[in-house]
Write a protein that binds this ligand. Structure first.
Ligand code: SF4
Length: 512
């Protein structure tokens, strides 16, 4: 066997430029009898036109690159915020491999979730046997404190009943009778990852808090982050609560799980909200959800079943953070400390420094409803003008809320909300009505390549840049982070556009 020099292993960006690969690609192209490159170029140019845009927006039976993921993906993200919890997906193995790899690629952390591995026989006879066996194996092998079960499309299409199945599994001794096995039905042919998050959060809270209601409150505030993929946000919320001296329960805290220290020992269940604290959340003073559309069912459940007040606060930008802190102060009677007031002053100062570069910039963005509302609020604060706002997992409620926010500012008047559309629609929008900036997850890099629109990565997933998920977008510190990413993208672009010596470089300035 040939010996390879480990110091000469080529990265694939270099490897595929080698002659043998180039010849192989050429042979493949000839074998596939593809169109002539002139024809490919002609069609590609046509897809940039208004005529194509109209055809693109008329399509109904096809979705191309939707900015959303499956329900169970949101469910398992909710589950790992609880101490010692193993997410269990009742359905086919391929779905779970996709969820795990998706989350691992974003957080650069191992993500453990098991599957009942349903195959053809389970699709015909039902998945009860798989679920019983799967629960028994998971319980004995991985020693969790809780197993949170959700479903994939396959289990939903054949109508598997999780409540009955889990009861049967307990009767057959797969797990002890008092072992918590919350569940959520999460068919991906409706909703998206944010609904899956909501369903699972409701399922876990209703399981853990059953029979735990007391006469008096525990004086705490519950925070529900929603489908949160910025670890820095969870840490920022905890820091703010600690600085204000507020007793709280985070429902749930997956920050350690998704960003565990590398100390040489593998821990399958790092961190997480203690199950007894989650059980006692029914006795809190109030619950604040940091996202509205990923917590709709959970908030309804808390209001109606726990008789507890719930609020929605998105601490994004100056106004969002101000409102969040004032709500905390009003609920707890604790004053807003000088430390946070100073942070506010620094954030306002930073906005003032950069505002001239942002004022009037036309922006396109896409993402989850709450992310988009938070970003819109921030952009309007700095005088940027949202133009195309695209949300694949949109709903009427959200569009009404966003429209009201846009209407409240002179900078929001030119915005169009594209609910239920996908990133192929966004491509048409960017070609026909260009903007100065595109904001979205990593999938936007193809739009950036095609349309050359300067691109800021904010959202989920972010696969192709490292460490962004460790930062906060919440609070005054998060405001500075958002500002940093956005204004420096604009300045990078300005440098690129003024780089030609003796032609454009008169504006290639050192000081911006
Ligand atoms: S859409 Fe359904 S079948 Fe497809 S990956 Fe998602 S859960 Fe699995």
């Amino acid at each position: 066997m040939a010996q390879h020099d480990v110091n000469k292993i080529k990265d694939h960006a270099e490897l595929f430029q080698q002659q043998e690969y180039q010849e192989l690609f050429q042979a493949k192209k000839e074998f596939e009898c593809g169109h002539e490159s002139e024809e490919v170029t002609r069609i590609a140019e046509w897809t940039k036109t208004w005529e194509y845009r109209e055809k693109n927006f008329a399509r109904q039976a096809l979705t191309v690159n939707p900015a959303k993921a499956c329900q169970p993906l949101g469910s398992i993200l909710a589950a790992v915020g609880f101490e010692g919890t193993l997410p269990f997906v009742h359905g086919s193995q391929g779905c779970v491999a996709y969820f795990r790899s998706h989350l691992t690629r974003h957080f650069k952390e191992p993500f453990s979730a098991v599957s009942s591995s349903m195959t053809e026989d389970a699709a015909v006879f039902g998945g009860l046997k798989n679920l019983i066996e799967g629960l028994a194996v998971s319980y004995n092998l991985y020693k969790p404190k809780m197993i949170a079960v959700c479903t994939t499309c396959m289990a939903e299409v054949i109508g598997d009943d999780l409540q009955a199945f889990i009861r049967t599994a307990k009767e057959e001794g797969a797990v002890p009778e008092d072992f918590p096995v919350p569940y959520a039905h999460t068919p991906s042919f409706v909703g998206s990852h944010i609904l899956g998050y909501d369903n699972m959060m409701k399922g876990i809270l209703s399981n853990l808090t059953a029979g735990k209601k007391k006469e008096t409150t525990n004086g705490k505030i519950n925070f529900i982050p929603g489908f949160e993929t910025y670890i820095g946000n969870l840490r920022e919320i905890k820091r703010i609560a600690n600085v204000m001296g507020i007793d709280y329960t985070l429902l749930a805290d997956n920050s350690e799980y998704l960003d565990s220290p590398n100390n040489g020992t593998y821990n399958m269940y790092p961190g997480g909200t203690k199950l007894e604290d989650a059980a006692d959340s029914i006795n809190a003073e109030a619950t604040i959800a940091l996202q509205a559309y990923a917590t709709t069912k959970t908030r309804e459940y808390i209001e109606h079943e726990w008789h507890q007040k719930t609020y929605v606060n998105r601490p994004v930008g100056i106004r969002g953070t101000d409102e969040f802190l004032m709500k905390l102060s009003a609920l707890t009677g604790k004053p807003i400390p000088q430390e946070l007031e100073d942070e506010r002053g620094r954030a306002v100062d930073a906005l003032t420094d950069s505002q001239a570069w942002l004022h009037g910039k036309r922006v396109a963005m896409y993402g989850d409803p709450d992310l988009v509302i938070g970003l819109t609020q921030f952009l309007l604060e700095v005088g940027a003008e949202p133009v195309h706002i695209l949300v694949s997992n949109s709903n009427e409620h959200f569009e009404t809320e966003l429209r009201a926010l846009l209407d409240s500012s002179p900078f929001g008047q030119g915005a169009t909300i594209h609910g239920g559309r996908d990133l192929w629609h966004m491509r048409s929008l960017l070609f026909t009505e260009p903007v100065d900036l595109l904001i979205g997850n990593s999938y936007g890099k193809y739009l950036w390549r095609d349309t050359k629109t300067p691109f800021v990565r904010i959202g989920y997933p972010i696969f192709d840049r490292h460490h962004l998920h460790r930062y906060a977008t919440y609070g005054y510190q998060g405001t500075i982070n958002l500002l940093n990413w956005i204004v420096n993208t604009i300045l990078d672009e300005l440098d690129r556009n003024t780089i030609i010596p003796s032609k454009t470089d008169i504006s290639f300035d050192l000081i911006r």
